[in-house]
Design a protein around this ligand. Structure first.
Ligand SMILES: Cc1cc2nc3c(=O)[nH]c(=O)nc-3n(C[C@H](O)[C@H](O)[C@H](O)COP(=O)(O)OP(=O)(O)OC[C@H]3O[C@@H](n4cnc5c(N)ncnc54)[C@H](O)[C@@H]3O)c2cc1C
Length: 432
């Protein structure tokens, strides 16, 4: 039998033999996504619809407003919040799911929100922290005092202590350094705690928050100690609480930020979520959650830059063809796609590991934040290049995404600091 005939006879009709000669796969919304469960798909659809119809258009409007206009009573920011509350996606409703479902669904929701608008996704995320941490630290009774719909904030950094505030264990503190005075101190006095001082102008939601998760130094009688601090839930309508003016900034302009001031603010001890003995562990636990959530949000933003560039590459013609037909453009789009897939895979995997582990790995969560914010920044920069001159105009959305992503590389800890701290945590694990 001639060789050609023999080959033809041996070939089955399934598997690769049934494929078209030049296989092409059209990927879905989230790329090479193994099938989602029904519940996961429902959450993704719900979060995507909200991101598309509310977060993205309102985020663009807010970006062009002054910080004062963003928080004014007639601002579209409040429309966004009321539509978000209608979704009923919050720590209380999510706590009805199993830990495994939560581990899968949280990054799916956060990615969609970040796809809509990174800064507004952060505003919603920090808004939920009081409820989330009340549950996490076994103080569910506080949920009776603060509704999940109230706007929360997370006040960590101080005017004189930015990076320092994220490193209470002093793992990366300079060996010859002197810490100086903390700017905000909680004095423990019998059955109450008295708070004095201020937090930095960077507190996300600071100007609009109704309740604050406050990290501060604790004074239990021997003077303020930043390494033995406290995490306290502080209602912001108390006597002695003040707020600074909203901050004007480069990116994430829809996210209101501003200082908080405390002048002899008194609270019963049951508002203390975590006291000095467990402060460093609490910082570890909360930063693990925050770094994973940031990873998912900025994966979404990286994806939005990719989606916009993809559509543009199919509609813009140069050299007689849609620019996608040029190899350099296809090459750029491939790398944008690759970054999104890698960022998503990392976040989903680490979130599942950390949510189900007895002791989560902060270094892995930090890897998420660093990788995904870098992916968002690189994709936004590539999208600007791909859109050519249009990329730098305010008529197109990519310059805003670029500014938002740039801020994310500092937010919740500068990326280089997270890398130093993450690397330090990884060092000699058997000895720690
Ligand atoms: C968009 C956005 C949102 C934010 N949201 C919040 C929020 O909700 N709540 C809140 O409390 N804060 C928030 N922040 C503040 C943020 O966490 C800090 O800006 C960040 O931790 C850096 O602190 P810093 O700005 O004081 O810079 P600094 O700490 O003064 O650092 C300045 C530079 O020095 C370097 N450096 C500092 N210390 C070290 C060190 N030990 N080793 C090596 N290099 C060092 C840093 O890498 C950086 O490049 C937000 C910031 C941004 C941009």
């Amino acid at each position: 039998m001639p060789v050609q005939e023999a080959i033809a006879v041996e070939q089955p009709t399934h598997g690769i033999f049934s494929w078209p000669e030049q296989p092409r796969v059209k990927l879905g919304r989230t790329g090479a996504e193994p099938e989602l469960s029904e519940t996961e798909q429902q959450f993704q659809d719900m979060a995507h619809g909200f991101a598309r119809d509310v977060l993205r258009p309102i985020g663009r409007q807010l970006d062009r407003m002054t910080p004062e206009q963003v928080i004014a009573p007639d601002s579209p920011y409040w429309v966004m919040r009321s539509k978000y509350n209608e979704l009923q996606i919050n720590p209380l409703t999510l706590s009805e799911l199993s830990p495994k479902e939560i581990a899968r669904i949280n990054p799916i929701i956060n990615e969609e929100f970040g796809w809509g608008d990174g800064g507004l996704a952060v505003s919603l995320g920090s808004g939920q922290l009081p409820a989330m941490l009340s549950l996490m630290f076994g103080k569910a009774y506080l949920l009776d005092r603060f509704s999940v719909e109230q706007v929360g904030c997370w006040a960590i950094t101080e005017p004189d202590h930015g990076t320092d505030a994220l490193d209470p264990s002093r793992q990366i503190f300079h060996p010859g350094g002197a810490y100086g005075k903390p700017n905000c101190v909680a004095r423990f006095e019998g059955d109450k705690v008295v708070i004095n001082g201020q937090k930095s102008a960077w507190v996300s939601n600071g100007p609009i928050a109704e309740v604050c998760v406050l990290y501060c130094s604790a004074d239990t009688g021997a003077g303020p100690d930043p390494q033995r601090g406290a995490v306290i839930l502080v209602p912001l309508n108390l006597k002695g609480v003040g707020k600074g003016k909203p901050l004007d900034k480069l990116g994430q302009r829809g996210l209101p930020q501003g200082e908080l001031f405390f002048d002899n603010v008194e609270l019963p001890l049951d508002h203390v979520l975590v006291g000095p003995d467990h402060f460093q562990r609490a910082v570890y636990a909360v930063h693990t959650e925050a770094n994973m959530a940031m990873g998912a949000v900025w994966t979404g933003t990286a994806r939005s830059a990719f989606d916009i560039a993809w559509d543009y590459a199919h509609s813009r013609k140069q050299g007689g063809v849609p620019i996608y037909r040029h190899q350099s453009v296809a090459h750029r789009l491939f790398h944008m796609y690759r970054r999104v897939e890698a960022a998503r895979a990392l976040v989903r995997r680490v979130t599942e590991f950390n949510t189900l582990a007895e002791l989560p790995a902060l270094q892995s969560a930090m890897a998420c934040k660093v990788t995904c914010t870098q992916a968002a920044f690189d994709n936004a920069s590539d999208a600007i290049q791909l859109l050519g001159g249009n990329g730098v105009t305010r008529e197109y959305p990519v310059e805003k995404i670029f500014r938002d992503a740039r801020a994310a590389m500092i937010e919740d800890g500068c990326n280089e600091i997270l890398a130093i701290k993450g690397g330090t945590i990884m060092m000699d694990p058997d000895l720690l």
